[in-house]
Design a protein around this ligand. Structure first.
Ligand SMILES: [Zn+2]
Ligand SMILES: [Zn+2]
Length: 347
C-alpha cells in the first residue's frame, strides 16, 4: 500500500510503498477513506515535536471502512462498517493501565501517527476500543475531522475548561481547532464568546459561526476590550490553540476570579507567564490539554447526526495522498485560511 512516512534520523518525509499491516488480537484493519492534516503533523515533520518512534506514518484524524477484523474483537465491529477512529490508545503498561483503567487516564497515552503508524496511508490498524460507528448519511471526510479538529476543542471546552451555560470564554487562534471551539462554545451556551486571531478572514468566519465579538490580539487594546465585554470581571475560560508563550500570557492575563486558562497548542517551549502572583491571588487555573477520548468522539457523531452541530463547511479541500505535500504547504502558509485539508488515500 502507499503510505506517507517520516524518518526522524534523516528528517525525511516521502511517499513509500509498504506492506499492508495485519490486525492482531483486539485490533481491526481500517481502509482509510479520509484523514485530516493537522498542525501537529506539520510540527512532527519539521522536527519541532520529536516523534516517540524513529520511523512513523503520520496522520491522526481518520475515518474509513473496516477491512479486516482480528481475534477477540466484539461482534458489533464487522468488515464493511463505517468508522471514525479516536487517535489515543492506552499504553497497557503504566500504573493506571495495569489496573485496567483505559485510555482516558493512561499516563503514557499512545497517539496515532506519532507513537504508532497513523492514517496518511491506505490502511491503518487500531484497537477496536478506538472505533466509533458513523451513520451512512455523515460523509467520511466530515467524520474524519471530528476525530481531532472537533474532538480536541470539544474536550478542552466541555471537560478541561468545564464550561457552563452563561460563562464567558476567550478563544485564541481561529484555525482548524479554534474555529470549531467557537461552534462548541455556542452549543454549550457560553456568553460572551470572544474570538481572537490576527487574521481578519479568520475573525469574520468566527463571527459567522457564533462568536459575539472577534478581536485582533496584536491590537494592544484587546485586553481592555475583553474587560469591557465581561463588565469588568474578566474571562471564566481562556483557551489557546496557538502554542506560543505570548499567546498563553494574553490568555492568562484576561482571566477573572477562579478563571481557567487551557493550553491546547502544542509546544516544547517552557511556560513563561508574566504574572504568577495574580494567578494565586485570584485562584486561577492553568490547565494543559491533549486531544479527546472515545466518549467525546461518540458524542460528536451524535451531535452531527442529530443536527446540533454542522461541520459541513469545515472541509476546506480534499486531495489524494499523492498531493499531501501541497496540503502541508497550504496549511503551513495558512493559504486561503483552511479549517481542515483532508487527504483521501483511496483517490
Ligand atoms: Zn491534531
Ligand atoms: Zn497507560
Amino acid at each position: 500500500m502507499m503510505a506517507a512516512r517520516y524518518h526522524a534520523d534523516t528528517r525525511t518525509f516521502a511517499l513509500e510503498q509498504v506492506a499492508i499491516p495485519e490486525p492482531g488480537r483486539g485490533e481491526v484493519l481500517v481502509r482509510v477513506e479520509a484523514c485530516g492534516i493537522c498542525m501537529s503533523d506539520v510540527h512532527l515533520i519539521e522536527g519541532l515535536l520529536p516523534p516517540p518512534i524513529p520511523d512513523v506514518t503520520p496522520g491522526h484524524e481518520a475515518a474509513g471502512i473496516i477491512a479486516a477484523v482480528g481475534a477477540a474483537v466484539p461482534d458489533r465491529w464487522k468488515e464493511g462498517g463505517r468508522v471514525a477512529l479516536t487517535p489515543g490508545r492506552a499504553c497497557g503498561r503504566c500504573a493506571n493501565c495495569v489496573r485496567g483503567r483505559g485510555a482516558d487516564v493512561c499516563l503514557d497515552v499512545q497517539v496515532m501517527g506519532a507513537y504508532y503508524d497513523g492514517a496518511w496511508a491506505q490502511y491503518v490498524v487500531v484497537g477496536y476500543e478506538q472505533l466509533v460507528a458513523v451513520p451512512d448519511h455523515i460523509p467520511l471526510e466530515q467524520a474524519a475531522i471530528l476525530a481531532d479538529a472537533v474532538t480536541t476543542p470539544y474536550a478542552a471546552l466541555v471537560d478541561t475548561a468545564a464550561l457552563r451555560t452563561g460563562q464567558s470564554i476567550g478563544i485564541w487562534g481561529l484555525g482548524g481547532l479554534g474555529t470549531h471551539a467557537v461552534q462548541i462554545a455556542r452549543l454549550a451556551g457560553a456568553a460572551p464568546i470572544i474570538a481572537l486571531d490576527p487574521s481578519e478572514p479568520a475573525r469574520d468566519r468566527a463571527l459567522r459561526l457564533g462568536a459575539d465579538v472577534a478581536l485582533d490580539p496584536s491590537d494592544p487594546g484587546h485586553l481592555d476590550e475583553i474587560r469591557r465585554l465581561t463588565k469588568g470581571s474578566g474571562l471564566d475560560a481562556a483557551v489557546e490553540f496557538v502554542g506560543f508563550n505570548a499567546v498563553r500570557a494574553q490568555a492568562a492575563a484576561a482571566l477573572g476570579q477562579a478563571g481557567k486558562a487551557v493550553l491546547v497548542g502544542l509546544t516544547p517551549e517552557p511556560i513563561n507567564l508574566p504574572d504568577p502572583l495574580t494567578i494565586q491571588l485570584r485562584m486561577q487555573e492553568i490547565r494543559g490539554h491533549l486531544g479527546g477520548g472515545l466518549r467525546h468522539l461518540e458524542q460528536l457523531v451524535s451531535l452531527v447526526e442529530l443536527e446540533r452541530l454542522d461541520v459541513s463547511a469545515s472541509v476546506t479541500a480534499t486531495m489524494p495522498l499523492t498531493e499531501i505535500d501541497k496540503g502541508i504547504a497550504q496549511l503551513n502558509g495558512r493559504v486561503g485560511n483552511p479549517v481542515r485539508l483532508v487527504v483521501l488515500p483511496q483517490a
